[in-house]
Write a protein that binds this ligand. Sequence first.
Ligand SMILES: *[C@@H]1O[C@H](CO)[C@@H](O)[C@H](O)[C@H]1NC(C)=O
Length: 395
Amino acid sequence: MGSAAVIAVAGALLLLHLSTIKSEDSALPHLTQKSTGFCTIFVDQNAYNCQEFVVQTEDGFLLGVQRLTARSAAASKGPAFLYHGLFLGGDIWVMNQPSESLAFILADAGYAVWIGNTRTTTFSYGHTSFTQHDQGFWDWCLDELARYDVPAMLKFVYSKSGQKIYYIGYSQGTQAAFAALSQGQQLLDIVEKFVMLAPVAYVNHATTPIGVAAVKLYADKILMALHINFFTFRSKTGRQLVDYICASMNMRCYGETISLLTGDNCCINATRRAFYDKYELQATSTKNLRHLAQQFRTGTFSQYDYGWWGNMQRYGSFNAPDYKLSHIPSNIKMMLIAAEKDSLATPPDVQHLLNELSYRPTFMSIPNYAHLDFVVGINANVDAYAKAMSFFQSQ
Ligand SMILES: *[C@@H]1O[C@H](CO)[C@@H](O)[C@H](O)[C@H]1NC(C)=O
């Protein structure tokens, strides 16, 4: 058999295999839905002030936003806003020791640190009318993050602080900002500078073995066809899906899920693994993954493809419109920090992104880093965060 046929058969078997698993509500991610979780779990309140806020989006999601300041330092440098990536929550910024975690480092340096949490992640607060058992709760992708979550959180931070914001995004937290900016969301009036860690717009050169295999097997379409509205590595369905993908592609995934997703991270503290595993990886919507798979297949940075009929109704065109990076105003102040071993924000895709921008951002690439080193690397404080802070303070 040709490899296309092998893949088609493997995909069909996957469909059968998953359709026999009952979608398990018991494995749904735990949503805090209360105002204490984040600050009490992750923050030493003797050293930091930590406050919880709930920000409602125009489409009814209740996002968790936390504000951190150091008790030892006045927050004189203004607000910094941190936006996490796919399968993570805002807690990824406080996972390491204070000297290694970006949120604490910024607070110690005199920023008022605001931590964003995407809809449906662990430290958000749900929705005004949907529960996590409703399809509507999971009916979102990057488009909604760009249209609702990013503007809602930034406007909230600006309204509370009255000062322009220093934005630090990571992975999907950069892609959402690029999408929002290219659609003319009025963010430049409220954001002073952007730092994009592991910057993502295009994803078609991604080499992440699990991701590429999942796309080849049409796992995204299959999950949708089975009305499995969300995906998490923590559920039985999620684990069986990953096992199946690995077995079909002859990959040894046992214990290696993270590096097979992100590339070979150089600098993650293995002794801390159990602590990370308690909170990450978090659930995301199947639609969000499907949108990524569409972008991988087409090589475009565009809105969700609803098929020609759905696109016509929604967008007035047969194709889903592109996010036009060239529309981002050229007076924006932005730094991109990429990683050479990143299998998600790969060097060729980062280059493509740079080529599409109408301005020349400050740019650096870290040779030995892969995707996760940016958020939990033990030396990211020196390799990346110090660089971001000097960019913020530069004229
Ligand atoms: C690695 O994690 C362990 C367990 O949390 C911790 O005791 C140790 O200090 C960490 N090492 C570094 C370099 O952060």
